[in-house]
Ligand binder design. Structure first.
Ligand SMILES: *[C@@H]1O[C@H](CO)[C@@H](O)[C@H](O)[C@H]1NC(C)=O
Ligand SMILES: *[C@@H]1O[C@H](CO)[C@@H](O)[C@H](O)[C@H]1NC(C)=O
Ligand SMILES: *[C@@H]1O[C@H](CO)[C@@H](O)[C@H](O)[C@H]1NC(C)=O
Ligand SMILES: *[C@@H]1O[C@H](CO)[C@@H](O)[C@H](O)[C@H]1NC(C)=O
Length: 482
């Protein structure tokens, strides 16, 4: 009896305390076969995620999040910054359609609007330098006008490359020289409007771009030689990077600005340092590191963070690297890739997605009779990989040890599954055949695709597919509806 009420007491204490912080997840949808939004929301809830970050304002995702209680950060993609920057009206329409409606009619707990996504990344070559701040201001005005500015805060998720340290130590932190004034204007605006500073921190990328980066320093349980910053020891890159930002903020007079870690995680494939073992070690290490609200040396308080990512996205651009499609803690079909205790479930383990519909157990492979030197092989593989996903092939990846025939089969199968197992998608000239024998070898999985999801009725209605002439004819009518 006593134990029982103690347990109940702890649960209700947790309901009060745990809902305040908790771990979040990024939910990206650049997948050929995204799971239905209701399935994803169930997955989030079953795993105790209290916060989710979206990269756009996907209607289906937001509708599914309604009444879940999960806190939502809605995203504005970079390609919309220009229009939102140039017109307050556009920002007002965006807020009306993508925030107000969801809060009032769908009961979605929207708390943040993320204006742009890493818009100042050096690889974007300054494309969004002029539009990000005006877009931020217009969205904030629109939120005020809609009466939502108390509940919904604006922010800009930035890559950690917006700041740097001249000394290599956190205390040398300041904003990048070429955008220093712009960063100060944005930081002041966020501070004035109670918006947080959102930063994405990626030790994996540091390791990926710098072969001399000390591997152990990327992890939290590593044996890295600590960095000594005026008597403070830094044992891992996350703390040092986060505190470089804290110093940059402090130096410019904003030492108390709240910080959100918008993305943090480790990929499981597509690079020699991207595997389940490292991903598990990093993410579990991070969870333990932030549990108990110890924070970092400069900010010894609860770290507010969103894991990147919830689910794999097989249609992401691989310009940054083949690992881009493998950030998920869960596979694209919602199965955990490795054990991870988020501290949010009774069992301490992750819970897989429910009621996922798979296609049949069949695969497309290279025919045993086909010859490796058949001149059709190379163009067929290029065609398949170009349209499907071969990022698990290559040095140090999960399928890196396949022989030449295995490689070809992998490519054929990927294309076949991507095309929903259409017979025509396994007709590489005289080279391919369909099999019911799973070609999976060891860690190298030949996946079966899931049923495609075509969207809910509301979404279909919200997306008018008709000839342009008709659309413009309806323009006036639609405007009055907006
Ligand atoms: C709402 O968000 C969606 C998805 O990001 C976007 O395509 C649409 O243009 C937005 N609506 C308005 C009125 O800006
Ligand atoms: C970067 O932008 C500058 C000026 O807008 C342009 O001249 C240059 O070609 C761009 N470089 C790349 C790699 O896009
Ligand atoms: C298999 O494909 C990968 C990636 O394209 C390549 O690096 C590797 O050399 C191939 N292996 C064989 C045995 O052909
Ligand atoms: C397929 O094989 C048949 C018989 O071996 C041959 O006649 C035909 O030209 C081949 N087709 C292609 C596209 O290579």
């Amino acid at each position: 009896m006593g134990w029982f009420s103690l347990a109940i007491g702890l649960v209700s204490l947790c309901l009060m305390v745990c809902t305040v912080s908790g771990i979040g997840a990024n939910w990206g949808t650049q997948a050929s076969h995204p799971l239905p939004p209701d399935t994803v929301v169930r997955l989030l809830r079953d795993n105790g995620f209290q916060k989710v970050k979206l990269f756009d304002a996907d209607y289906g995702a937001l509708r599914a999040l309604g009444k879940s209680g999960i806190e939502v950060m809605v995203g504005i993609p970079n390609d919309m910054l220009q229009s939102l920057a140039s017109s307050v009206k556009a920002a007002e329409k965006w807020v009306a359609k993508n925030v107000s409606t969801h809060i009032t009619t769908n009961n979605v707990n929207i708390r943040y609007v993320a204006v742009g996504n890493e818009p100042f990344l050096e690889t974007y070559n300054g494309s969004f330098l002029k539009t990000t701040f005006p877009a931020l201001q217009n969205v904030q005005s629109a939120l005020i006008k809609a009466g939502l500015s108390n509940q919904v805060k604006v922010t800009v998720p930035l890559n950690a490359d917006v700041y740097a340290s001249s000394t290599g130590l956190p205390s040398g932190g300041d904003f990048r020289a070429d955008i220093h004034d712009l960063m100060l204007a944005i930081v002041k605006f966020l501070s004035d409007n109670s918006g947080p500073f959102t930063v994405n921190i990626y030790p994996f990328i540091s390791l990926y771009i710098d072969p001399d980066f000390p591997v152990e320093y990327a992890f939290f349980d590593g044996n890295a030689t600590p960095l000594n910053d005026g008597g403070t020891s830094y044992y891992n890159m996350f703390d040092a990077n986060y505190d470089t930002l804290v110093w940059a903020l402090q130096k410019n007079g904003f030492g108390n600005l709240p910080i959100i870690v918008g993305e943090i995680g480790w990929p499981t494939d597509g690079d020699r340092n991207a595997n389940r073992m490292y991903a598990q070690r990093f993410n579990q290490g991070f969870m333990s590191h932030i549990s108990g609200g110890r924070g970092t040396p400069m900010r010894p308080v609860t770290v507010d963070a969103y894991l990147f990512s919830l689910i794999d996205e097989d249609a992401k651009s691989i310009d940054p690297g083949n690992f881009e499609r493998h950030w998920g803690v869960f596979t694209y079909y919602g199965v955990p890739k490795y054990p991870l205790n988020l501290g949010t479930t009774n069992s301490g383990s992750l819970v897989q997605a429910r009621n996922v519909d798979y296609l049949d157990r069949k695969w497309c492979v290279m025919k045993p009779s086909a010859k490796l030197d058949d001149p059709q092989v190379q163009p067929s593989v290029s065609y398949a990989c170009g349209r499907a996903d071969c990022t698990s092939l290559g040095y140090g990846t999960s399928c890196g040890n396949l022989d030449a025939r295995g490689n070809i089969s992998y490519a054929f199968n990927s294309y076949y599954q991507r095309n929903n197992q259409l017979d025509d998608a396994c007709k590489f000239p005289n080279l391919s055949m369909i099999t019911k024998t799973d070609p999976t070898v060891g860690d190298c999985r030949f996946e079966i695709m899931i049923e495609p999801y075509y969207g809910g009725a509301e979404r279909t209605r919200g997306c008018l597919q008709m000839p342009l002439s008709l659309v413009s004819g309806l323009g006036l009518f639609l405007l009055t509806l907006l």
